[in-house]
Design a protein. Structure first.
Length: 318
């Protein structure tokens, strides 16, 4: 029997598997731990594409009739219809809840296809910590959408556990998994800074539970926007959101001096903002670090706010 945990993020989703012996693995989607939280729905036939392939549709939408949906997570339980499409059987409303169901269905198909007929006996999903206190309806909507996802021709239903997992706890588990040596953290209190796409969750975790936390709607998407604005203002080059994300991945930094770890400059291509002529601009990590200053400072302040509410006796173990 296998249990899985699904961390549905604003930009990416991570899935962990636990087998009957308690061994934990992070599922690979096309050799990557991250599954982009994107879904492309074909305009006429309603065919659904999820993940990296959907991201490719998004980058070239003019060549691919349909619509790519992303960043729907924060709109759960808000009674929002993102689009309405008709695939021949009448209009179909596409809501954040429906997209979540489709995403979980895709994940379950990927998971069960690699288990050799073995069944999944339990599924848990993550939610932002603040939802559990202030937006219980979003927690319920997320769980309900996951339960409506089908696996092996039937809805998951009660396979999706009643309990939801706080995102900072999931981030702590993943960090320990990635560290490879959890013994070094045994008995320690952890400060978790989970920078997602739409929000940053900060939490102090002790004995497996959250002692204090803070959450702000500032995260990776804001860093991407900072880079777009900087390239336009400083270099007069207009770049897409995807290009800004590439810059962030290649030369993004919060520090202006990385010493021997400094990455090579990244060459950016795009049209001149005024003349529309093509440009080629090399970008170094130092200037990207300066462009991210204000957003990084907001995250730093949120971390300090969480620490101010941390009991003094926990500080020594962080």
């Amino acid at each position: 029997m296998t249990s899985i945990g699904i961390d549905i993020g604003t930009s990416n989703t991570v899935v962990a598997k636990v087998d009957a012996n308690g061994n934990i693995t992070v599922h690979k989607f096309e050799d990557d731990d991250l599954l982009p939280s994107m879904i492309h729905v074909e305009e006429t036939g309603g065919n659904i594409t999820v993940g990296k392939a959907a991201r490719e549709f998004w980058s070239g939408s003019e060549d691919n009739p349909g619509e790519t949906f992303r960043r729907w997570k924060m709109s759960m339980a808000d009674n929002i219809v993102l689009a309405t499409q008709d695939w021949g059987g009448g209009p179909v409303d596409i809501s954040p809840e429906r997209l979540t169901t489709w995403l979980v269905e895709h994940i379950m198909k990927q998971i069960t296809g690699g288990l050799g007929g073995e069944s999944v006996d339990s599924v848990v999903v993550t939610v932002p910590h603040g939802w559990r206190r202030e937006h219980a309806e979003k927690c319920l909507a997320t769980r309900k959408a996951a339960r409506e996802a089908e696996a092996d021709g039937r809805p998951l239903g009660a396979t999706v556990r009643d309990q939801t997992v706080d995102e900072p706890v999931a981030a702590a588990v993943y960090a320990l998994y990635a560290a490879g040596n959890t013994a070094d953290f045994a008995g320690k209190d952890l400060l978790i800074v989970d920078i997602g796409g739409g929000s940053t969750e900060i939490a102090v975790i002790s004995l497996g539970g959250i002692v204090c936390n803070n959450s702000i709607r500032v995260a990776g998407d804001d860093l991407t926007a900072d880079i777009q604005e900087y390239m336009s203002r400083q270099h007069n080059v207009r770049i897409s959101e995807r290009m800004a994300e590439r810059i962030k991945l290649h030369v993004g930094s919060a520090l202006t001096d990385l010493g021997s770890d400094a990455p090579e400059d990244y060459v950016v291509h795009g049209p001149n903002r005024i003349t529309a002529l093509p440009m080629e601009v090399p970008v170094c990590y130092q200037e990207v670090a300066h462009s991210l200053d204000k957003t990084v400072a907001k995250i730093e302040n949120a971390v300090l706010s969480a620490l101010e509410n941390t009991p003094p006796e926990l500080y020594a173990d962080i």
